[in-house]
Design a binder for this molecule. Sequence first.
Ligand code: ZN
Length: 164
Amino acid sequence: MYCPYCRYPDSRVVDSRTTDDGLAIRRRRQCPDCGRRFSTTETASLSVIKRSGVVEPFSREKIVSGVRKACQGRPVTDSDLAVLAQRVEETVRLSGAAQIEANDIGLAILQPLRELDEVAYLRFASVYQGFDSLDDFEAAITLLRVEHDQAASGVTADGSGTPE
Ligand SMILES: [Zn+2]
């Protein structure tokens, strides 16, 4: 590959090691022309099997555009979506598989989306988990409420009451 500093069309590998999770190889390279060093990361290419059976390359942009629809009108920024897509990619790569079902990607989106915005999460979950009745929404909302209560009970003050 080209040197990212001077565009010299070759580089020399000076160090090569597998990352701690075993899912990538990081190489330290040196440009023989300008002498500067840079790193490259090699990972297995990841493909997605769509419900139609079509296989296409994994793309963070597709995750962002899919989730953005659920976030319409919500206080979610582009950089929030970029971080979410990165987390999803890390999650699906942890499986070590080279091909991922589109549905598994949908499931990997749920947890980080819930942390980001609960309304967007409910919209997204209703599609990916196939909610087909109000009961499904109610069950999902009840679960969110239970978790809120658990979180709130952990930060309760001494309970001595408000001054009157
Ligand atoms: Zn160079």
